[in-house]
Design a protein around this ligand. Structure first.
Ligand code: PLP
Length: 425
């Protein structure tokens, strides 16, 4: 107050409301599928007679192997130093070694491999590195259904996502042939996911031939998300990786970047450890971006990751646990709904239309009556080209132990039998 007691004229301390001081592109982001599920289930009280079983979130639940925990404890001294964004030579070499053993492809550990804090952040950051949002009509092509990070990464990079619908009649392969020439001409980045979330489909060599040819013609970068590559059910049908496909087709990794992680392979989603590998020129720019972004892996995680990438025994054991679950659960669900064993990954992508319910209604009633959570497929896809390709499907994540998965599957069977009986009455 001035001495004379007269009120001071109010002077704005800022020209803008703080709510205006945000990136407007944030408003283009969609809510996450689990938030949509929360809204769907709001006000529903599941039966108290049955303990909850969640097939909703695709989070690995098997125990973290002792060799990784021991490596963490043994490298705690690493906390005393800042990590380099490029990672240690030991880790880059361990990753390059794993790629060579798994895919038969030799990469330069110094220039063609980079550790990242899990594939999620790298999938996002890669778009910020390669997409020039100032170019008119910038497009990022995404599969549909898809992992939602691709869409957010494209939007925040200033591009428009273009969705390539997956086709149930072709083992959920995306219909790339239907993408018009003028869209390809504006495409700067293509996300592929193989094995796919949520369909589990693995991209074939023929599909890779088509995608590489399109990339050569239009000059876009391919980001190949392969974080489920080690979860498969038949040791004679190991998922084809994009680097392996490139080698088989007599080409190098030009405009190709592979992303993978230890989260699912080694049951360490909390460690946040993965890698990108491929085109050295892109990785160089990516490293520059990451230096500013400040997402280097803790030295402790780096040491533990060296141990994890160097061991396959725990991965074989982990895979066997998934295989046992899929062997038991798939026929149970297939007795009442349309589903088949996927190529790989830990999801069943189930067509529920036979139940007479929509995917959201199916999920809601299953939750209410049997206390089982599944994710409606329409939440994992966008309306594109006249349909939502996730609609009519639910995603079942078989991440819990086998007994719990079997009990959950039995409840789904009972639920479907109940629906059929009610329909017949
Ligand atoms: C398709 C897909 N890509 C990437 C990720 C990210 O995994 P992470 O960041 O743990 O490597 C996930 C996680 O569920 C996923 O489903």
């Amino acid at each position: 107050m001035p001495r004379d007691g007269a009120p001071r004229p109010s002077v704005p301390t800022t020209l803008f409301d703080s709510a205006d001081l945000v990136n407007p592109l944030l408003d283009t982001l969609q809510t996450y599928p689990f938030e949509k599920l929360r809204v769907l289930f709001a006000g529903v009280t599941p039966t108290a007679a049955l303990k909850p079983i969640s097939f909703g979130i695709g989070e690995p639940k098997h125990a973290t192997p002792a060799l990784i925990k021991d490596a963490i404890v043994g490298s705690l001294d690493g906390l005393a130093s800042y990590p380099a964004t490029a990672g240690t030579e030991a880790l880059r070499t361990a990753i390059a070694g794993w790629i060579a053993r798994r895919y038969g492809v030799t990469l330069d550990a110094a220039t063609e491999v980079l550790p990242v804090s899990g594939s999620r952040e790298a999938l996002f950051a890669l778009a910020q590195t390669v997409v020039d949002g100032s170019r008119p009509g910038a497009v990022v092509v995404c599969p549909n259904p898809f992992y939602q990070i691709y869409e957010g990464a494209a939007l925040l990079a200033g591009a428009t996502p273009y969705f390539a619908n997956s086709d149930p009649a072709r083992n959920f392969a995306c219909d790339y042939a239907a993408i018009p020439e003028d869209v390809w001409a504006r495409t700067q980045l293509l996300y592929v996911c193989s094995p796919g979330n949520p369909t589990g489909a693995v991209i074939t060599l023929d599909d890779w031939r088509e995608l590489f040819a399109l990339s050569d013609k239009y000059g876009f970068v391919i980001a190949s998300d392969e974080c489920y590559s080690e979860i498969y059910f038949d040791e004679d049908r190991v998922p084809l990786g994009s680097l392996e496909a490139a080698r088989a087709l007599g080409r190098d990794a030009t405009r190709l970047v592979v992303l993978s992680s230890l989260s699912k392979r080694s049951n360490v989603p909390g460690m946040r450890s993965g890698f990108v590998a491929g085109d050295a020129a892109i990785l160089k720019r990516f490293l520059l971006y990451r230096t500013y972004h400040g997402c280097a892996l803790s030295p402790v995680w780096q040491s533990a990751s060296v141990a994890a990438w160097g061991d396959e025994a725990h991965v074989v054991e982990n895979r066997a646990m998934y295989a046992a679950k899929f062997k038991t659960v798939t026929p149970m669900i297939a007795s009442v709904l349309d589903v088949k064993l996927p190529d790989a990954a830990f999801y069943l992508w189930v067509d529920v239309r036979r139940s007479g319910l929509s995917d959201t209604e199916f999920a809601k009633r299953l939750y209410a009556d049997y206390n089982v959570t599944v994710l409606p497929g329409s939440y994992l896809a966008r309306d594109a080209h006249g349909l939502n390709p996730g609609s009519g499907f639910v995603r079942i994540a078989l991440v819990a132990e086998v007994a719990e998965c079997t009990e959950g599957a039995q409840r789904i069977v009972d639920f479907c039998h109940g629906l059929a009986k009610a329909r017949a009455a």
